[in-house]
Design a protein around this ligand. Structure first.
Ligand code: S3P
Length: 749
């Protein structure tokens, strides 16, 4: 129950919205007395009979006397007349609001009555809730639950009035958003008014044809879906179209010019551009729910999905093909987009990170077909063909997208902004911004810690530099090399340790000359990329979870097919072998310029704790969370050093893993640049190692998948929260893991 907010509330008008709000006020005890005035005597009688109001009046003047809240819940066009009438009778501290779908004209009406100095209690509002049925009987106490209510406070509005109205709408379980009046009208013109106008227009167009009966008779899903809202109340929409005339006309102009483009593409039979346009729209529609979900992710501790794994003996067996390599997938889109010609990609990872990159290039005007079953076709626009995106580029959870694109965007003629989800928004971006600035880029990160959003001013002439990388980072290396493609002269980097070299390899595959001499990588700016075929190998980082799962499970037998074994990525194989795992690399071959092999691993012997070799750290950088699970199952102590980079991944992977391992009963000590894990394994003893517990993944996909593998050796139930990010790199993880024998149950929260 909420606190009493108002003494006397007067509704002017009591239809669907007004009567629903009255129901909420009564149910939540927000008010002592409710009165109403309406033109219809019957409505007042019904409202009284329903117990919604204590008094009903035909004259609004009688209703507002002594009221501390007046709600105009009547057609917008009547606002000015009613305000004129009630003005002399309003109490001094009255709060005055409305529920109309347009706001500019309500404010105009108020100004016509009160002058520029509007009452401090006046705060226009707009609950965005359905209105198929009307009238006092149609009202429902839950009409506003999970709906948005937009308040448009004015410069004259008192804070107290805004806060009381916010509390009132929150008591109705609505989400309250404050917005400027013009912005409200513009947003609604596009999201509500234009779609209604288009629905009325389409039905009218078809209804006017001579064969309209046939058309309506055979009209199937498309027409039905599109035209549903044309059955709405004509009077209401008539009023809205006039009330929000300016913004609606702008939206109609936008529609007309977009329609012209589409028309022309069909007339010209411009297949490539038409596919580009349709693909872009389809992806935007499919992903907008997810893109909007960035909001809940931004809220601290908000969890949207969880895994549960019950104890019990499990087997872990089978032949699997894990999805495509994330690093290679990102680069295939980036290089395909700036190449000349059409690039075909197979084995593309349809995970959210790589899709964020794909969508970013669509937003920069590149026609991209797919992905469909891992196939993508990119119609390259050449080195100077990218177009300015209309809004910020949303990179989701993907550090690779943001760091590599920082380099690429710094060299473009247009300005750009990149944003990300809660995890990405905490990650360091100065590491790439700093060398880019030395090249002449205008790039800005946010806050003291230099995190996203990243803003880039285009139109700079970049100059090649030599950069000594202070950390082993393929992302920073690649970002610099990408900027170097457009820079004057030579761009070179030296790395403290070799990191994954997919950028270098793929640039060469696109015909660009990149030199690697020892730890120095260089290229000359000003060249061009030529489209090619890219075959993305299976991701060894995804395969790693299954390798560890098999290594810790008695009698397991797992084959991971066609996994990329680029030597800059195989640290996990080397480390598991050093720990004594029964692992063989079979059937080595080359596919699409990258070495691949089948990895066969069996649970035949207990792993041993080791001091993990520091030279393998960059080569296994993403696999340590999984390797820590292996270490917990090993006999003796495992020590990791030289891996401070783990603290700035999708989460602080040293701390988050240590916290989770401790919850599960494993003795471990996080250090500045690594961890010491006391393995609980004993030779030839395959009993449970972990005692179960609740693990917080911090929205880090690899943390979630690593602790899932602990489910193979647990004596208690494991729950892992925040697992929705698994879809960023390994969308089929639970399906494949369960097929192998791990029983993960997923709950959406
Ligand atoms: C990646 C490089 C690595 C790795 C990431 C992908 C890449 O990051 O952790 O998952 O595709 O270049 P750093 O370069 O920051 O080490």
């Amino acid at each position: 129950m909420s606190e009493t907010l108002f003494n006397k509330v007067a509704f002017i008008g009591l239809g669907l919205i007004g009567s629903s709000l009255a129901r909420v006020m009564l149910a939540e005890h927000l008010v002592t007395t409710i009165v109403a005035s309406t033109r219809s005597r019957k409505t007042l009688e019904d409202a009284k009979a329903l117990g919604l109001i204590s008094e009903g009046y035909s004259d609004p003047i009688d209703a507002v006397k002594g009221a501390d809240l007046v709600i105009l819940a009547l057609p917008v066009r009547a606002t000015q007349k009613v305000l004129q009438q009630i003005k002399p009778y309003l109490t001094e501290n009255v709060i005055l609001t409305d529920v109309g779908s347009t706001k500019g004209n309500v404010v105009e009406a108020a100004k016509a009555v009160f002058g520029e100095q509007l009452p401090a209690g006046f705060v226009p509002g707009h609950p965005i809730a359905g209105a198929e049925h009307t009238g006092v009987h149609a009202g429902k106490v839950d009409l506003f639950v999970n709906h948005k209510v937009i308040l448009t406070p004015l410069a004259t509005s008192a804070t107290l009035a805004v806060s009381k109205l916010t509390q009132m709408w929150q008591a109705a379980k609505a989400e309250v958003i404050c917005m400027d009046v013009d912005k409200h009208d513009e947003v609604l013109a596009h999201t509500s008014h234009l779609p209604h106008l288009m629905a009325f227009n389409l039905v009218e167009q078809l209804a006017n044809r001579e064969d309209n009966l046939d058309i309506f008779r055979y009209a199937a899903g498309g027409f039905r879906d599109f035209s549903r809202i044309a059955a709405s109340d004509p009077q209401m929409w008539h009023d809205i179209f006039f009330a929000n005339k300016k913004a609606i006309l702008n939206a109609v102009d936008g529609f007309e010019s977009q329609l012209k483009i589409l028309r022309q593409l069909i007339e010209d039979e411009n297949s490539q551009a038409l596919m580009g346009l349709l693909g872009h729209a389809q992806a935007a529609r499919q992903h907008f729910n997810h893109m909007l979900a960035q909001k809940p992710l931004m809220e601290k501790n908000k969890v949207t999905q969880q895994f549960t794994i019950l104890p019990g003996n499990k087997t872990f067996k089978g032949k699997f093909t894990v999805p495509g390599d994330k690093s290679v997938s990102h680069r295939s889109i980036m290089f395909g987009a700036i190449a000349e010609g059409t690039t075909h990609v197979t084995g593309f990872l349809e995970g959210e990170d790589a899709l964020a990159t794909l969508q970013a290039f669509r937003s920069m005007g590149v026609s991209i077909e797919g992905p469909k079953n891992g196939e993508v076709t990119i119609h390259g626009v050449g080195m100077n063909g990218l177009k300015a995106p209309t809004g910020a580029l949303y990179m989701g959870n993907s550090g690779t997208s943001m760091r590599l694109l920082s380099g690429l965007l710094s060299a473009q003629a247009f300005d750009s902004v990149m944003t990300g989800d809660a995890s990405l928004s905490k990650r360091p971006m100065e590491r790439i911004a700093k060398p880019l600035r030395q090249m002449g880029a205008q790039i800005q990160t946010t806050g003291e810690r230099g995190t996203p959003p990243v803003s880039i001013a285009g139109g700079q002439n970049l100059q090649g530099i030599h950069y000594d990388l202070p950390m082993a980072s393929a992302q920073v290396k690649s970002g610099i090399l990408l900027a170097g493609l457009w820079a004057k002269g030579e761009t070179s980097v030296t790395e403290p340790e070799p990191t994954r070299d997919h950028t270098e390899r793929m640039l060469r595959a696109f015909g660009y000359d990149v030199k690697t001499e020892g730890n120095r990588i260089s290229l000359q700016g000003g060249g061009k990329l030529t489209a090619t075929e890219i075959q993305v190998p299976s991701d060894i980082s995804s395969a790693a979870f299954f390798m560890v799962g098999a290594a810790i499970t008695e009698g397991s037998d797992v084959i991971l097919e066609a996994v990329g074994i680029n030597p800059t990525r195989t640290g996990v194989i080397e480390i598991l072998k050093q720990m004594g795992a029964d692992l063989t690399v079979e059937n080595e071959r080359i596919a699409g310029g990258e070495p691949i092999a089948d990895i066969h691993i069996k649970g035949t012997r207990t792993l041993k704790g080791i001091h993990m070799p520091e030279d393998q750290v960059p080569l296994a950088i993403d696999e340590f969370p999984a390797l820590f699970i292996a270490a917990a199952c090993a006999e003796g102590q495992t020590i990791l050093t030289g891996a401070a980079e783990l603290r700035v991944k999708e989460s602080d992977r040293i701390q988050v893993m240590a916290d989770g391992l401790k919850v599960m009963g494993i003795d471990c000590t996080p250090t500045e640049d690594g961890i010491i894990i006391e393995g609980k394994g004993k030779a030839d003893d395959w009993s449970a190692i972990f005692n179960g517990g609740e693990i917080e993944s911090h929205h880090d996909h690899r943390i979630a998948m690593s602790f899932s593998m602990a489910g193979l050796r647990t004596s208690g139930e494991i729950t892992i929260t925040g697992t929705e990010t698994v879809a960023t790199s390994f969308p089929t993880f639970t399906e494949l893991a369960n097929r192998a024998g791990l029983d993960i149950q997923i709950s959406e929260l």
